[in-house]
Design a binder for this molecule. Sequence first.
Ligand code: FE2
Length: 252
Amino acid sequence: MFGKIAEILGMKRGDELLEPLDLSILKTDVHSHFIPGIDDGAQTMEDSLTLIKGMEAFGYKKVVTTPHVMSDYYRNTPEIILKGRDDVQEALEKDGIQVEIEAAAEYYLDVDLMPKVKSKELLTFGDNYVLFELPFMSEPPGLADLVFEMQLAGYKPVLAHPERYAFWHMSFEKYQEWFDKGVILQLNINSITGHYSPEVKKVSKQLIDAGLIQLLGSDCHHDRHLGLMEHAIQHAPLHQLVKSGALLNDRL
Ligand SMILES: [Fe+2]
């Protein structure tokens, strides 16, 4: 029995499961795809409401939703995203759902990102935070320049799910380097379950132990992610992180 479930959840013997964590301690989630029909997250308003109700049940009071902005697939502009946010807000109010929704974006590092940084047209949350993600294949050569230009423009770069970039799994010192350069590292909650891969899970634990994670995000796209989160919140490293005081979520 343990074997099959463990295999599905990417667990090893010795992985300790605790009482489910009450995420109200975090207050705010910083990474999700809840605006209907503009990326690979919620497709209808009904999806959006179901997902946000799920977040409320975990204890969240606020979600910063972050639709993909990607030249090849999702050409979302601030206008599209903010209009979508207003529509979701209105639907939440009609449904009596108390969760507050704010919108930013998850910017993919491609050729169109640097011009947007320089013209300061990025959507931010909190203290001028900008969520961005990298290609999964290899470390992009323009990363250092991008981080520099973001900081020059007054943005605080937040790297989405650093634990998922396999090209850094064998060079853990890279995480410390980006952290030291002022890049805020945002861990995905479900990474701790082994959902993405056993390596992602291992690196997640290492990042938590090293004190390098400052934001925690659901990266929720659909209800399967919510289901996985029910398991994730029983994992000891996540408890350790949430109780460490290192996270900025509750200040947003
Ligand atoms: Fe995402």
